[in-house]
Design a protein around this ligand. Structure first.
Ligand code: PMP
Length: 379
């Protein structure tokens, strides 16, 4: 018998499958609306000018070697990354209550956070985490991999193409006390629908009342509004209110470092002793999986985050990307409404935030777009 005869063929990842189909398509004006990666006006990947500068500094550094980083990564990177998301005036950072580890981008942060929860979180009932319906599809796989079952909470309302706020609040109320809830810090993937600051307040109230745990996934800081601080406001607000939490952080999008896999996991403890215990266990888990994280991208980010001039340039680069996205939304909206007089309401295109948009098209309509809408009309 063949050794692997029991291995079933897995279906391809739907997003990467779409990219493969895009690549084989010969239509000259094709557009890839699948995987979330920023493109410039020439439909090309954009290496941020600040990243080019940081790379030049690194390549001129004669003293730079290729030794291993420590298990939790480059300290200049992780500590600056914690300040970036929690704020320079964060009480948790000041009181040394934050345990941080460098991870394999945001995916690795989600995985390490999920693994830590699976090992050490006191689940009140079944081992489950509540995730928004819908959410980044990988969330389901990441939690199932570590034995935590994702359970949907109401989030997106197809009728309004907006937030089902009442449904969300009811899910928070009806979940067992001390349930972990996954929250998108900003620029919700895939809907582009975020709670308002007032709604976040009510959400935080319920987290405290029900003693829920906030598992923040922050893959788009700066990408939502163009402002790093504004996009961190929900995370910072939860920290200030004392909601038990962790944050997964990615520099794939906001620094255009997709393939370098730069990310971090930050767990907020009640005091320094708790953070030390958490960090020690995170190190044990990390050691068995990757030993130590990759150095190059973390060095780039450490330079950018710790140098005032580079940091300011980064903020400009982020604005360039965020404002292009906002501008594209306005142009698409104008095209659909004023120019093409497309039936229906398209205001959600400009109301939604970040690089993702739920168009409101159903599956049948989307299929027709892929199959028919790109053919060159007969002349
Ligand atoms: N979380 C969310 C919500 C995302 O959209 C993404 C990127 N698609 C990630 C995490 C992780 O991305 P990466 O591993 O490239 O940082």
């Amino acid at each position: 018998a063949e050794t692997w005869q029991n291995v079933p063929l897995a279906p391809p990842d739907s997003i990467f499958k779409l990219t493969a189909a895009y690549k084989t398509d010969t239509f000259p004006s094709k557009v890839n609306l699948g995987v979330g990666a920023y493109r410039d006006d020439n439909n090309k990947p954009w290496v941020l000018p600040v990243v080019k500068k940081a790379k030049a500094i690194l390549s001129n550094d004669e003293g730079l070697d290729h030794e291993y980083l420590s298990i939790t990564g480059l300290p200049e990177f992780t500590s600056a990354a914690a300040k970036l998301i929690l704020g320079t005036d964060s009480a948790a950072i000041r009181e040394q209550r934050v345990a941080s580890a460098q991870t394999i981008s945001g995916t690795g942060a989600n995985h390490l956070g999920a693994l830590f929860l699976s090992r050490f979180y006191t689940f009140n009932g079944p081992k489950q985490i509540f995730v928004s319906n819908p959410t980044w599809a990988n969330h389901h796989a990441i939690f199932r991999n570590v034995g935590i079952e994702p359970v949907d909470y109401a989030y997106y309302d197809p009728k309004t193409i907006g937030l089902d706020f009442e449904g969300f609040l009811n899910a928070l109320r009806s979940a067992p006390d001390s349930s972990p809830f996954l929250l998108h810090a900003c620029a919700h993937n895939p809907t582009g629908v975020d709670p308002t600051p007032e709604q976040w307040e009510k959400i935080a109230d319920l987290f405290l009342e029900k003693k829920h745990f906030a598992f923040f996934d922050c893959a788009y800081q700066g990408f939502a509004s163009g402002d790093l601080d504004k996009d961190a406001s929900a995370v910072r607000y939860f920290e200030q209110r004392g909601v038990p939490m962790l944050v997964c952080q990615s520099f794939a999008k906001n620094a255009g470092l997709y393939g370098e896999r730069v990310g971090a996991l930050h767990l907020v403890g009640v005091d320094k002793a708790a953070a030390d215990r958490i960090r020690s266990q995170i190190s044990v888990l990390q050691r068995s999986e990757i030993s130590n994280p990759p150095a190059f991208g973390a060095r780039i980010m450490a330079l950018i985050l710790n140098d005032a001039n580079l940091f300011n340039q980064w903020k400009e680069d982020i604005k360039t990307m965020a404002h292009r996205i906002i501008d594209m939304r306005e142009k698409l909206h104008a095209l659909l409404t004023n120019e093409l007089r497309t039936p229906g309401n398209w205001d959600h295109i400009t109301r939604q935030i970040g690089m993702f948009s739920f168009t409101g098209l159903n599956a049948e309509q989307s299929k027709a777009m892929v199959e028919k809408a790109h053919s060159i009309p007969d002349e």
